[in-house]
Design a protein around this ligand. Structure first.
Ligand SMILES: *[C@@H]1O[C@H](CO)[C@@H](O)[C@H](O)[C@H]1NC(C)=O
Ligand SMILES: *[C@@H]1O[C@H](CO)[C@@H](O)[C@H](O)[C@H]1NC(C)=O
Length: 392
């Protein structure tokens, strides 16, 4: 296994391993297997007092080995979680996100009316025509800014979920190994499914509010911009930057777009996971499941409200915008220095919005997000941000 440098640079797993030694070293002994490590643990004073008196130098060596193993294992577990997020969970939700966005920001009706008006000058009054164009202008930008925000929001949200789950599963394993008689409930499949089902909330429900907020910001920014006005690439980027800044100045509570206020999923979205629940005959298991789910949701909310989340979301949006500008750069080839009239820019601007959400398995923007050191550092923070489990 090669150790990805950017993680060790941004997050020090070593310090964390030291802090949570007890659970982690046991887990390393369990998965890593070596008996040296196993016996090493006994030297560490985890169990027998008598063994403590044995060769201290040997114990220290074994200790260090166990630590290194725990660290390596933690890192590879962490890496595998990020891969699952990029290659499985996110691609499975992306098509629904795109469909939902395109039905909420539907440009085809407007374009058809404008084309009709062109063919038949009597069909539209000058005023109608102006209004349609204004709407097309606002919606084109709205769609692309929405695609940028929703994609990075969903990417980060799924990472938060998987890292929280991954850490719990890891500690459950460690705990079971240490206390085989401990009857605490492990994370059931039903809880895991219910928790992950929340990844559908954005496209199902939250997106409507996001579209509304971005539409307002775009409308304000574009109000004074004439369709004949020429825009250089720089001007165009500025329009995006200012729409995003307007949105940001309201310090959007991103959590409202990705989680329902009461933690209750809409019926149709919860369908699959509650079917699993119905087969659960033991009422006390169901109660403890609800409590665990409650904890997971509370933790997810806390992360979404954190400064770290706002910071990483801002970085992601900046990078998304750079990617969009790269797409738009091509239409400027061979254009005059004074720029391109805004009316002509609208189709490629709206088009960039669909590129963002296309090809769930080969999406350029998802790859860009996955390679960001800030995203890695943030995920490592979520993965290692434990208080109660580690104390077990
Ligand atoms: C989750 O948060 C709610 C509201 O703050 C609180 O009432 C509840 O006790 C929390 N649940 C757990 C399991 O921490
Ligand atoms: C870390 O955990 C604390 C308390 O459990 C929480 O308030 C905070 O938001 C978490 N931060 C991250 C980035 O996970």
């Amino acid at each position: 296994m090669t150790t990805p440098l950017h993680i060790t640079c941004y997050y020090d797993f070593k310090a964390w391993v030291k802090k949570h030694q007890r659970s982690l070293l046991v887990a390393a002994g369990l998965v890593g297997g070596g008996s040296a490590v196993y016996y090493g643990l006994h030297y560490l004073g985890l169990t027998s007092q008598a063994r403590k008196e044995r060769d201290a130098a040997r114990a220290a060596l074994l200790h260090r080995e166990a630590e290194e193993r725990a660290e390596a294992q933690l890192q590879s577990h962490f890496e595998s979680i990020q891969r699952i997020s990029d290659t499985t969970t996110l691609p499975s939700v992306l098509p629904q996100l795109k469909a939902s966005l395109f039905s909420k920001v539907d440009l085809s009706g407007l374009t058809e009316k404008l084309i009709l008006g062109k063919d038949d000058p009597q069909a539209l009054s000058q005023r109608d025509k102006m209004q349609l164009w204004q709407e097309l202008k606002t919606l084109s930008f709205t769609r692309t800014v929405c695609a940028m925000s929703a994609l990075s929001l969903l990417d980060l949200f799924i990472r938060i979920q998987l890292n929280i789950l991954g850490r719990r599963v890891y500690f459950d394993t460690a705990r079971d190994f240490m206390n085989p008689e401990d009857l605490h409930a492990p994370l059931s499949m039903s809880v895991q499914h219910k928790f992950i089902a929340f990844a559908g909330y954005l496209h199902h429900k939250g997106l409507a509010a996001l579209v509304g907020d971005i539409y307002k910001a775009a409308e304000i920014e574009l109000r004074g911009k004439q369709l004949k006005e020429s825009f250089t690439l720089y001007d165009l980027k500025n329009v995006f930057v200012r729409i995003l800044a307007t949105l940001d100045s309201k310090r959007p509570a991103w959590v409202q777009y990705v989680l329902p206020p009461d933690n209750v999923l809409p019926e149709d979205l919860a369908g699959a996971s509650s079917a699993a629940d119905a087969s659960n005959q033991f009422a006390d298991v169901a109660t403890s499941d609800n409590e665990v789910l409650d904890q997971l949701m509370n933790e997810t909310r806390a992360v979404l409200a954190s400064n770290e989340f706002h910071e990483v979301q801002a970085v992601c949006l900046e990078v998304m915008l750079d990617g969009v500008m790269e797409e738009l750069y091509t239409i400027y080839r061979g254009s005059s220095d004074s720029g391109i009239p805004l009316a002509k820019l609208l189709p490629p601007v709206a088009g960039a919005g669909s590129t963002l959400l296309e090809h769930p398995d080969e999406n350029r923007f998802i790859r860009i997000l996955a390679s960001l050191p800030q995203v890695h550092a943030f995920c490592a923070l979520v993965y290692t941000n434990s208080s109660e489990e580690a104390a077990a």
